[in-house]
Unconditional design. Structure first.
Length: 113
């Protein structure tokens, strides 16, 4: 086998390996993005349930103004953590992962948030 043929086979093998690596990395990234969207939907349902049970806080601004801060806190702190890492709304409930959350009942002496 000549050196030129060997070099060509080496370049082809390296190119195929790099393409496989790129596809694998992009597939993992897409999987994480899909999980992020599902987790965000679950977290939104959890926050809504906490608000329904414990009462919604009287805010100075419309609720959509606070949304970026809530989402930033969720994604920057808890997105890649293990389930069970979020306690939210001052003990109103616990979010333990996608579809695995609990809203605690209202205590007798608890004022509306």
């Amino acid at each position: 086998m000549s050196d030129i043929k060997l070099l060509a086979y080496w370049l082809i093998a390296t190119g195929v390996a790099m393409n496989v690596l790129i596809v694998w990395t992009l597939a993992r990234l897409c999987g994480r993005l899909v999980y992020t969207a599902v987790a965000a939907a679950s977290f939104t349902r959890f926050c809504w349930a906490c608000g329904r049970v414990h009462g919604f806080k009287e805010n100075k601004f419309p609720s959509w103004v606070y949304a970026p801060w809530v989402w930033y806190g969720f994604f920057s702190v808890s997105l890649w953590d293990k389930p069970g890492s979020i306690n939210h709304l001052g003990g109103a409930g616990v979010w333990k992962g996608v579809g695995n959350w609990t809203v605690f009942p209202v205590k007798e002496a608890e004022p509306c948030l």
